[in-house]
Write a protein that binds this ligand. Structure first.
Ligand code: NAD
Length: 255
């Protein structure tokens, strides 16, 4: 039961972040949503679970906007107890042709944002004596794939940050862990399927080939399943899971 706790989920207007926010709201947490796109629909879905929710429009590539978001969470709900660093973007290109601007954006959004939210939210967690920091890494935080230099570098970095924060909070009731999903069918992955379909000419085949290449289960992980893992990490049973990089990947990393 997360009644009275406040969760900040970056990038929670869509996909995995929204799925996680819904599970946290169902468990009774107050929610601070963040991200672009259909903000009203995301807020309505969360409020339908009965919880209180606000949205903050911070662009998490900007440390000042992140500071304003954490301050807004403190002002509205008294602090951030559960921090889910989920916002992320992808760009696919060989390293020699990788746009420098995309590299910088991916490192800022997928990695540095978690450093900033963590350093800003931790003092309040220490003061209140409880906290959960959950970083949405990826199976690409554990293994590489061609054409994803920035993403794989950022996600490996995020797993590293997770370990350090877990060690620095090890004797407290604050835990920090990473979750490493395989393919989840969200707008981020649909884009990659659409790109393949443009070459292949067939969306069904593109979808199957994408899974068959990497994910032995031949099925997608769902945002709701990832939300359930977040709830476990937030529970008492999860208290001694610290510094883990927990994959939920249909067997991807077992190969
Ligand atoms: P998505 O594109 O559906 O959602 C991304 C969210 O981040 C959106 O709410 C978007 O508005 C927000 N966002 C993007 N840039 C932002 C910025 N600068 N500031 C604030 N918010 C921003 O993506 P998703 O598939 O749900 O991915 C969520 C996370 O899970 C990412 O970190 C991604 O790397 C990771 N992940 C996804 C998969 C997958 O297969 N989809 C697999 C492993 C890991």
């Amino acid at each position: 039961n997360l009644q009275g706790k406040t969760a900040l989920v970056t990038g929670s207007t869509s996909g995995i972040g929204l799925g996680i926010a819904l599970k946290l709201a169902e468990a009774g947490a107050n929610l601070v949503l963040n991200g672009f796109g259909d903000v009203d629909a995301a807020l309505a879905a969360i409020r339908a679970c009965g919880g209180q929710a606000i949205h903050h429009p911070a662009d998490v590539s900007d440390p000042e906007q992140i500071a304003a978001m954490v301050a807004a969470a403190e002002q509205q709900f008294g602090g951030v107890d559960i921090l889910v660093n989920n916002a992320g973007i992808q760009h696919v290109a060989p390293v020699e042709q990788f746009p420098v601007e995309r590299w910088d954006a991916i490192i800022a959004i997928n990695l540095s944002s978690a450093f900033h939210t963590t350093r800003l939210a931790l003092p309040g967690m220490r003061q209140r004596g409880w906290g959960r920091i959950i970083n949405l890494a990826s199976v690409h935080g554990l293994v590489g794939s061609a054409q994803k230099a920035a993403y794989v570098a950022a996600k490996h970095g995020l797993v590293g940050l997770t370990k350090v924060v877990a060690l620095e909070t090890a004797t407290t009731a604050i835990t920090c862990n990473a979750i490493c999903p395989g393919w989840v069918l969200t707008p981020l992955v649909q884009q990659q399927i659409d790109e393949r379909a443009r070459v292949d000419g067939d969306t069904q085949r593109a979808r199957h080939d994408l899974l068959a290449e990497k994910q032995p289960s031949l099925d997608f992980v769902t945002p709701a399943q990832l939300g359930a893992l977040v709830l476990f990490l937030c529970s008492e049973a999860g208290e001694q899971v610290r510094g883990a990089a927990w994959n939920m990947d249909g067997g991807w990393a077992a190969q």
